[in-house]
Design a binder for this molecule. Structure first.
Ligand code: SF4
Length: 363
């Protein structure tokens, strides 16, 4: 039932529609940065982050019924079984706590099956006012719910990373941050965090931030142990940027592009990437053309289907059409091939992991 072809198609379907989860939530986290309201599902050799805990998934034609021990789940479409998935267990490092009593899972979480992910600073200047906030973002929700801490100290990150490698075999780490007031836009705290982790354990790190004020930060990040960098456009046209992320749109596209060029010189061809959320209003052509332009610079365009997160202004926004994604992925894949980009050659980060998108299957 889970041939590679069926797995790939089903995976793309589940990511667009979401899944009605018919079991307990366990340690899955609602809210936060990155894949919020998702669970990891493995289909054959593929692991995908699939939205399940948000309201938008409740009208999905797909449902998942876990077995008694939570190791597997059957996937149904309108009552007919269409697949069977494995459910990754709770990571061993989640059982540990710091000396001052903070559970490790509040400092960093396991994404997909082998990625350690953290939001170093769980606050963002873009969220200070509703008028400037990114409409899709849930960065403050997990903090408000007590599921994370506001600032992860370098020593805490180092301890968690060391444990996650030793106990759960994590292969790379994603460090993102809310944007602070400072002109480095988070690069400085990413430097000190990466330096602490690198001193403690051999773990490739991707840092994610807005373009900093000065390109010198790319050298500093690299010197701190960062091996890949994400600077996320999210939306590609000015109209959608202004509407969906009015604060972040203050940083013009031409600054993103100058930063991409400078960062590729430091980190190398294919080691710089950007997240693009499909389904926010950018057309298929606009996303495909932007992806071609990015790929031509050596920047990996990591295109993912937008997921409406509960509690955000876009909670009731339509989910992306699965057919739209199925047309888009091969076009991005052609750009990747044309410019010699592949997730396997990325040192660390989201585009290497790929679990929030079906793009990997079209490279
Ligand atoms: S693609 Fe990025 S955000 Fe999604 S699961 Fe992987 S590491 Fe996490």
């Amino acid at each position: 039932m889970n041939s590679p072809l069926i797995s790939t198609h089903l995976l793309a379907e589940l990511q667009c529609h979401g899944v009605r989860w018919q079991g307990a939530d366990g340690l899955s986290r609602k809210g936060g940065a990155g894949p919020s309201d998702h669970k990891a599902l493995s289909l054959g050799s593929h692991t995908a982050m699939v939205p399940m805990l948000n309201r938008a998934s409740q009208d999905s034609p797909y449902s998942a019924v876990p077995d008694a021990i939570g190791a597997q789940a059957l996937i149904f479409r309108e009552g007919l079984q269409v697949g069977q998935v494995q459910l990754p267990g709770v990571p061993n490092f989640y059982a540990l706590t710091t000396e001052d009593g903070i559970p490790y899972w509040k400092i960093a979480t396991l994404h997909s099956k082998d990625v350690l992910a953290t939001t170093v600073l769980q606050h963002c200047i873009r969220m200070n006012e509703a008028a400037t906030s990114c409409q899709f973002c849930a960065i403050t929700q997990s903090l408000t719910a007590g599921q994370t801490i506001a600032r992860k100290r370098p020593a805490q990150l180092a301890a968690v990373a060391k444990a996650a490698v030793a106990l759960d075999g994590v292969k790379h780490m994603v460090m993102t941050t809310g944007t602070p007031q400072s002109p480095d836009r988070g690069a400085a705290i990413l430097c000190e965090s990466a330096a602490a982790v690198t001193a403690a354990v051999d773990l490739p790190i991707q840092a994610q931030c807005e373009p900093p004020d000065d390109d010198i930060w790319f050298e500093r990040l690299k010197d701190s142990g960062v091996v890949s960098l994400g600077m996320h456009l999210e939306a590609v046209t000015d109209e959608v940027r202004q509407r969906i992320m009015p604060g972040k749109a203050d940083v013009p596209l031409h600054r993103y592009f100058s930063a991409f060029e400078a960062a590729v010189k430091v980190f190398g061809h294919g080691q710089v990437s950007t997240y693009i959320l499909a389904g926010l209003g950018d057309s298929e052509d606009a996303i495909a053309q932007m992806s071609e332009r990015l790929a031509g610079l050596g920047v990996y365009p990591f295109v993912v289907p937008f997921v409406p997160i509960d509690g955000t202004p876009l909670a009731n926004h339509p989910k992306p059409d699965s057919a739209f994604m199925q047309r888009l992925y091969p076009r991005i894949g052609a750009s990747l091939r044309r410019h010699g980009l592949h997730s396997d050659t990325i040192n660390a980060g989201c585009a290497k992991c790929g679990a929030c998108s079906a793009l990997k299957h079209h490279e």
